[in-house]
Design a protein around this ligand. Sequence first.
Ligand code: FAD
Ligand code: EPU
Length: 340
Amino acid sequence: MVVKRNVSLKKYNTFGVDTFTDNFVELSDVNQFTQLFSILAGGKGPILVLGGGSNILFTHNRIRGYVVKNNLRGISVIKESDDYVLVKAMAGEDWSDFVYYCVSNNWGGIENLTMIPGNVGTSPMQNIGAYGVELKDSFICLEAWEISTGKTHTFFYDDCAFGYRDSYFKQEGKGRFIIVSVTFKLTSKNHFINTSYGTVNEELTLKRISKVGISEVMDAINSIRLRKLPDPAKIGNAGSFFKNPVLKTEDYQILFKQWPELPVYPISVGIIKTAAGWLIERAGWKGFRDGDVGVHKNQALVIVNYGNATGAQLLALAKKIQDSVFQKFGILLEPEVNLI
Ligand code: FAD
Ligand code: EPU
């Protein structure tokens, strides 16, 4: 394991922000953990674990301490029955490739999570979600290496405190672990086909598909995502910059009187979720551009770097959007992106 000094992280984050780290190590084998433990000295200095860098904004010119890039690879079937399969994927596997691999093997459950950038190991961090499905729906367990002790622990569903774009690893467990692998329970027949979200059904009709399987769902969602979201390889971004606000029904009803078109998604009794993209668009930001920072023309929830924007410039735009949405609607948007 080689420790590289003064490394640019530009190619390691999908915003394409150019930040340097003091020390950079790549983890590609679980046998390197002993060495990593002595390098990191039990986590006494700052450590940042990096997956695909697709949910991160570097807000400073330098990352102090160590950046550990997770490159652990491998996919294995743990158990197979007539109806389902338990699949374990190492943290450094690319999430989108993993979804494609599962669908190609006729394993169902994560096809709606297609084309989400990043790594398998990061997927439980914010309980990734899209098109009516969340990671937690197929999650069995994960292994995580504790930085302060060098011990590996297994976390089952109940240990992970999954919520909307949230988990134990963004709360009490934040910064304490390196997720090593994730195990999923996927259907191998009698798949549950979920086309309830947004325009998925319309897309299938448009494609004239009548017999809908997991592969068709994946393809339909790929088409929608390609239309709506900017490709980070072409325009720097980290997907939705803010979370969708969760409101009490009574607060929503007050807003509804003034904004009857405000989108509403029921969550539980007395709780709804609304659409940050709608609020940002109505606050006038959609398609906004100032130099290299901007708001995507097709999705107001996506802040973009058109070239050489700094993290500080992107953060300043996010703050302006947050302030203007708060002034107009009285709702404080919470960042989804991890601000470093
Ligand atoms: P990183 O950005 O590398 O890391 C994110 C956080 O996790 C950081 O705090 C990091 O320190 C920590 N971390 C990373 N790996 C580990 C590990 N192994 N152990 C411990 N901590 C770790 N998200 C959705 O939920 N739904 C979407 O539909 C969606 N669409 C997107 C579309 C685009 C175009 C983009 C750019 C992003 C989108 N995202 C979406 C956000 C992002 O892809 C996900 O959050 C993804 O899971 C991040 O993975 P990553 O490996 O890139 O994480
Ligand atoms: N909307 C607008 N204007 C916009 C964008 C959206 O009015 O510019 C409205 C839409 O018309 C729709 C509603 O907002 O009524 C929801 O829009 P959309 O279906 O595009 O989804 P979203 O709420 O903006 C969320 C996730 C995405 C995920 C999609 C699909 C969050 C923060 N974002 O976006 O996740 O892919 O749903 O499930 O929950 C991410 O987390 O990075 C991400 C991209």
